[in-house]
Design a protein around this ligand. Structure first.
Ligand SMILES: CC(C)(COP(=O)(O)OP(=O)(O)OC[C@H]1O[C@@H](n2cnc3c(N)ncnc32)[C@H](O)[C@@H]1OP(=O)(O)O)[C@@H](O)C(=O)NCCC(=O)NCCS
Length: 122
C-alpha cells in the first residue's frame, strides 16, 4: 500500500467514510456534499489517501486540520494495520499534529498510541 495526495476524485470517498463514522468525529452531524466540497477546497492539501498495491482499492484516508488528525478505514479493511500505516506517514509529514479521541474509541486510541502520536482522550 502507499499514500497519495487527496485529489478531487477522492473527495467522495472521504465524505462517505466521514458520514459513515460520524459518531467518531467531533462534529457528529451528516456533512452535505456542498459543505464537504467547501471544506476540501480549503484542506485537501493536508489530506492523504491510502491505496492498495492493485493501484485501485482505496484503503483509507488521513487528514490534518489545524494540527488535529482525522482518520478513517472502511470496515472491511480495519484491523489489518492500515490505520497505523497512515499514522506513521502523517507523523513524518506533520510531526506536531495530535488527535482528540473519544474514550470509547479503542481502535483509534490503540492506533495512535502504537505509533506514538500524542492524543487527548475526551
Ligand atoms: C481508528 C481506525 C482508523 C483504525 O484503523 P485500523 O486500520 O483498523 O487500525 P490498525 O489495524 O492499524 O490497528 C491499530 C491498533 O488498534 C487495534 N484495533 C484495531 N481495531 C480495534 C478494535 N475494534 N478494538 C480495539 N482495538 C482495535 C489494533 O490491534 C492495533 O493495536 P496494536 O498496535 O496494539 O496491535 C479505524 O478503526 C476507523 O476507521 N475507525 C472509524 C473512524 C474513527 O474512529 N476515526 C478516528 C477518529 S479520531
Amino acid at each position: 500500500m502507499y499514500m497519495v495526495k487527496c485529489e478531487e476524485k477522492y473527495w467522495p470517498f472521504v465524505l462517505k467514510l466521514r458520514n459513515k463514522f460520524k459518531k467518531s468525529f467531533f462534529s457528529q452531524s451528516i456533512i452535505t456534499n456542498e459543505e464537504h466540497e467547501k471544506f476540501m477546497r480549503k484542506w485537501s492539501d493536508s489530506y492523504f489517501i491510502c491505496i492498495a498495491d492493485d493501484e485501485t482499492t482505496l484503503l483509507g484516508w488521513v487528514g490534518v486540520v489545524n494540527g488535529d488528525i482525522r482518520i478513517a478505514v472502511p470496515c472491511e479493511f480495519q484491523n489489518q494495520g492500515i490505520g497505523k500505516f497512515m499514522l506513521e506517514y502523517i507523523k513524518v509529514a506533520f510531526p506536531e499534529a495530535t488527535a482528540q479521541i473519544f474514550s470509547s474509541n479503542h481502535a483509534s486510541i490503540n492506533a495512535f498510541n502504537s505509533v506514538g502520536i500524542k492524543n487527548e482522550i475526551v
